[in-house]
Design a protein around this ligand. Structure first.
Ligand code: FO1
Ligand code: 5AD
Ligand code: SF4
Length: 331
């Protein structure tokens, strides 16, 4: 008898709030950033208006995604406070925040744990050679700093999302090393909920002149990642960056089980809109996959959250159980 195979693929109905697009780093592949001081910051009243318009629309996750203010800048404290306040506001309105705003101090991380159900930071690639190329002007991308974030998240018991950015000048050996490093951290702290395998996708703003990561290479990479990563880490692939239906299905066959946060705009890759829910269903259903909404925190981490956060999470889990989330209004 064939062994039973789970045919469920998940996604998170999400909306992205951007505290600021300004960033002191200049990653050569970035289509998001503005120079410091050249982009207004989101205000709390504007965020509240935005969030109000999202209530009762099936959106659960608020992804807080930001450009970065230098850790030693006199504006760092105000930047951090805005992020904290946005998370608190989203929570008070019933949403579940997930913050990915670049490297944080251990103290900043500890504070954000109180207002986030999970957090994230892409490890991207561990090889230091990228500091001479795409990350030449991006001090936040020093690999050891980023690895340390994963460890601090472990020490602080924060459910964490990380991932690899593919096709930015790394070799396949570099990819295995990065996956192995994630695997080691997870074996020590058991804090990594998912790993995103993100194909570099050129946009209209970037300076890095390289082709997109060839999605045809993804299934083999996913299969290898599945062997390296512990089985309780989910592999996520962004469906807007793997356009071809047959390749999306090949990625699932290879072991990917999550499509990440899906919402009206992919702020990181604005030239690649997220597919509509119905479109995804049309691709997945005939192949026997069921597309199921999930929360930004995986169930086995609920116990790591404060009682207050657990209350919000519990409500969303029963809403999902009643499948009121299966077709978000905005998709
Ligand atoms: O729409 C996007 N969501 C991105 N997300 C959102 C992500 O899919 C969800 O927030 C998590 O799966 C939690 O539900 C990220 C989250 C991280 O923690 C780290 C990196 C990313 C990258 C992206 C991204 O490029 N585009
Ligand atoms: C939010 C995450 O998105 C990734 N990121 C930044 N720019 C691009 C791009 N052009 N294509 C794909 N991913 C990108 C970075 O790894 C960042 O950490
Ligand atoms: S990828 Fe992130 S760190 Fe790099 S320039 Fe863009 S916003 Fe800044």
């Amino acid at each position: 008898m064939a062994s039973p195979v789970s045919r469920t693929v998940t996604y998170s109905p999400a909306y992205t709030l951007v505290p600021t697009y300004e960033c002191f780093n200049r990653c050569a592949y970035c289509n998001f950033r503005f120079d410091p001081g050249k982009s207004p910051w989101l205000t709390l009243p504007d965020a509240e208006i935005l969030l109000k318009s999202l209530q009762d629309k099936g959106i659960c996750e608020i992804l807080i995604l930001s450009g970065e203010v230098h850790p030693r800048s006199s504006r760092r404290q105000a930047w951090f406070q805005l992020i904290y306040d946005l998370c608190q506001l989203a929570l008070s309105m019933g949403f579940l925040p997930h913050t990915n705003v670049g490297p944080l101090s251990c103290e900043e991380m500890a504070k954000l744990k109180n207002v986030n159900v999970s957090m994230g930071l892409m490890l991207e690639q561990l090889t230091p050679k990228l500091l001479n190329t795409v990350h030449k002007h991006a001090p936040s991308k020093i690999p050891e700093y980023r690895l340390q974030q994963l460890e601090w998240a472990g020490e602080l018991a924060i459910p964490f999302t990380t991932g690899l950015l593919l096709g930015i000048g790394e070799s396949s050996g570099d990819r295995w090393e990065t996956l192995e490093a994630i695997s080691h951290i997870h074996q020590r702290y058991h804090n990594i909920q998912e790993v995103i395998l993100q194909p570099h996708s050129p946009g209209s703003q970037q300076t890095f002149d390289a082709p997109p990561f060839d999605p045809h290479q993804l299934p083999e990479l996913i299969a290898k990642a599945r062997q390296i990563l512990p089985s309780d880490i989910t592999i996520q692939i962004p469906p807007n960056l793997v356009k071809e239906p047959s390749w999306l299905l090949a990625c699932l066959d290879a072991g990917a089980r999550d499509l990440g946060g899906i919402g009206p705009i992919d702020e990181v890759n604005p030239d690649y809109p997220h597919p509509e829910y119905q479109k995804l269903q049309q691709i997945l259903s005939p192949a026997g996959w069921e597309l199921v909404a999930r929360l930004p925190v995986y169930p086995y981490f609920d116990g790591w959250l404060s009682k207050e956060l657990q209350r919000n999470v519990k409500e969303w889990r029963s809403a999902i159980g009643a499948s009121s989330l299966s077709v978000p209004n905005h998709l």
